[in-house]
Design a protein around this ligand. Structure first.
Ligand SMILES: *Cc1c(COP(=O)(O)O)cnc(C)c1O
Length: 409
């Protein structure tokens, strides 16, 4: 396992931080160096714009400054390095850049590699704002996007053109949960000289390791599981050695600097990520199985269920699941759907996911597809399994179905 965070020259480390080990251990130790901060267990929050240099020689030497010395707030602080080092270790990357949101991570990861006349391939199941970026900004600057069936696998090779610069994946899709053949798609991209990029928010850098499966760049909405408490916006892009300079420079050119308090919350979230994910996974699977057995449910979209179309790929490439999955209901009156959702006690209705609390939203993928139309007779719900007791969550949903059944058709 490569862990670049052990060997950063000029790190403020007084001595080598304890690294290596399994993910649960990395989540606790990576990016942390108490003796460099007076013994504090957590890297402090550096609120910095101006950095003062001790003398003329030091300030004249900025361009030749080696490694990690603070030079200006936007260029990184111990608070940002703690976060990026921890994510880099978990994702098995070379290095990472933190940005103010997941969408800014997506923007950087695409803009880093394209120019006018180029072409990108993007999964049809992609997060909605990624499509907006491709169809808007990228198109306006002369970059063409072709969407592809997320289940295309090695067949992606037929869509790659001489000017294809990026093959963009998201697995599973965060509304429709198709699992992609990441190694096959990444290999085809690399063979054609394109950069394989993936949105790894569902995997949280924990249960999917895209850089070990051939991807060059793995980004996350750290807003979700890394922050983990629904109280900060944050993005991160992890890259391999060959692509990291382009990612770093694009984030720098765009002037994207994540705020210190948000970075701190991201790092603090990582400390409990492994144990939280285990519970999100267990509760999510339990809810998915309970829903799959309900007469009101047409199908459940969760790759950990053995009859899910993506199950074999998920079992091959993932080491687990998060708490996000979908559920298509059989057709029901809109008033019945409202009765189901409006009276829920523990499931909040709201966007985002990855926090400690359970969520449900109505999902409408039909307007966000251009290659594989989304078809369902009844409404699609997206659930996030939080950290509540699963019995209480099941009772909440059970009461919801009873309310829906009481509404006349
Ligand atoms: C939420 C989300 C994003 C965007 O993250 P923000 O922090 O909200 O900008 C990107 N990708 C996926 C899959 C998401 O769910």
């Amino acid at each position: 396992m490569s862990d670049s965070s052990t060997s950063k020259p000029g790190s403020p480390a007084a001595g080598p931080a304890p690294h290596g080990g399994r993910d649960a251990t990395l989540a606790v130790h990576a990016g942390r160096d108490p003796q460099a901060h007076g013994g504090a267990v957590n890297t402090p929050v550096y609120h910095v714009s101006t950095v003062l240099f001790p003398n003329l020689e030091a300030i004249e030497n900025i361009p030749r400054m080696q490694g990690r010395r603070m030079r200006y707030g936007r260029r990184g602080t111990p608070t940002s390095w703690a976060f990026t080092d921890a994510v880099t270790a978990l994702e098995r990357g070379h290095d990472a850049v933190a940005v103010p949101s997941g969408v800014s991570a997506i923007s950087v990861a695409l803009l880093a590699f394209v120019q006018a006349g180029d072409h990108v391939l993007v999964a049809d199941s992609v997060y909605g704002p990624t499509r907006i970026l491709c169809n808007g900004l990228l198109k306006r600057f002369g970059v063409e996007t072709t969407y592809y069936d997320p289940r295309i696998g090695a067949g992606i090779a037929a869509l790659i053109r001489p000017n294809t610069r990026v093959v963009y994946m998201e697995s599973p899709g965060s509304l429709t949960f198709e699992v992609q053949d990441v190694p096959a798609i990444a290999a085809a991209a690399r063979a054609a000289g394109a950069v394989p990029v993936i949105d790894n928010t569902w995997g949280a850098g924990l249960v999917l390791k895209p850089l070990t499966l051939g991807c060059a760049v793995s980004l996350q909405a750290a807003t979700k599981y890394l922050v983990g408490h629904s109280d900060a916006m944050l993005g991160v892009i992890v890259a391999d050695e060959a692509t990291f300079p382009a990612i770093r420079d694009m984030a720098g050119d765009l002037g994207l600097a994540a705020g210190p308090d948000d970075l701190y919350l991201g790092t603090r979230g990582i400390r409990t990520l492994d144990v939280r994910m285990r519970q999100h996974q267990a509760t999510g699977i339990a809810l998915a199985q309970w829903l799959a057995a309900r007469p009101e449910v047409a199908r459940v979209l969760h790759p950990a269920l053995s009859d899910d179309p993506g199950h074999a790929l998920w079992a091959r490439d993932f080491t687990g699941a998060c708490g996000l999955f979908g559920c298509e209901l059989k057709p029901l009156p809109h008033a019945a759907l409202a009765a189901l959702l409006d009276g829920l006690r523990y499931f909040g209705m709201g966007y985002s996911w990855g926090g400690f609390e359970s969520l449900v939203i109505p999902a409408h993928p039909e307007g966000q597809r251009s290659v594989v139309p989304w078809q369902s007779a009844g409404p699609l719900l997206r659930f996030h399994a939080g950290l509540e007791a699963v019995e209480d969550l099941i009772a909440d949903l059970d009461a919801g179905f009873a309310r829906a059944a009481a509404i006349p058709a």
